[in-house]
Ligand binder design. Structure first.
Ligand code: COA
Length: 175
């Protein structure tokens, strides 16, 4: 990670800057970032980020990246889902996304989370040990039963044996 960047929990004052960062990161050939912004707003409005699973990367007084984990459901268990992970376009490729992901996973591991899921490019997430979820019997139907984009990571010595269809927090809020 660049020496001018640090990672810390998101505060209420960061929120407008985070939404802009998310929109910019996901704007381009494949979308306008609206869907990802709505996910972040939905998780915040439910007041349901996983504790310490809402992090910003900061350079000076600027937000340059953001990562969010929220509690989804799998087979009756609460399992964190990481989404979205965003780095401001002009700061991508400097290690900031790696730093955010590493910090998020470390915090989730410390909390004793046995399993984390993510929806994204396996070439990026595979670097952290994420694997396609299908062989573990975990599926995310909206993108097809066995899409390699939906991935899981087992943390530490913890073991999670739940299988089935995953539901992100914003799709069916935990009561
Ligand atoms: C994906 C993203 C979060 C990565 O953050 P980043 O700070 O650019 O990534 P890093 O600098 O830590 O890159 C780490 C490595 O992953 C690679 N990488 C980055 N984004 C990648 C992607 N989308 N697919 C495959 N590899 C990727 C980098 O090339 C780098 O590889 P290297 O070390 O061999 O050079 C960022 O590029 C981004 O916000 N992209 C747009 C939004 C998005 O796609 N988010 C992820 C889905 S939730």
């Amino acid at each position: 990670m660049p020496s001018d960047v640090s990672v810390r929990p998101t505060t209420g004052d960061d929120q407008a800057h985070v939404l802009r960062t998310v929109r910019e990161a996901f704007s381009g050939g494949f979308g306008d970032g609206r869907e990802e912004v709505e996910i972040v707003e939905a998780v915040w409005s439910l007041a349901r980020p996983v504790a310490a699973g809402d992090l910003v990367a900061v350079s000076g007084d600027e937000i340059v990246g953001h990562g969010l984990a929220s509690p989804g459901r799998l087979d009756g268990s609460t399992v964190p889902g990481l989404a979205p992970l965003a780095v401001r376009p002009d700061r991508q490729g400097e290690g900031i996304g790696t730093a955010l992901m590493t910090d998020l996973l470390r915090r989730l591991d410390r909390q004793g989370c046995p399993l984390v899921v993510v929806l994204g490019d396996p070439r990026f997430h595979g670097r952290f040990g994420f694997q396609p979820s299908g062989p573990l019997g975990i599926h995310y139907p909206p993108i097809g039963a066995d899409s390699p984009q939906f991935q899981v990571l087992q943390l530490g010595d913890h073991r999670e044996t739940s299988t089935g269809n995953y539901v992100f927090s914003w799709e069916a809020p935990v009561k």
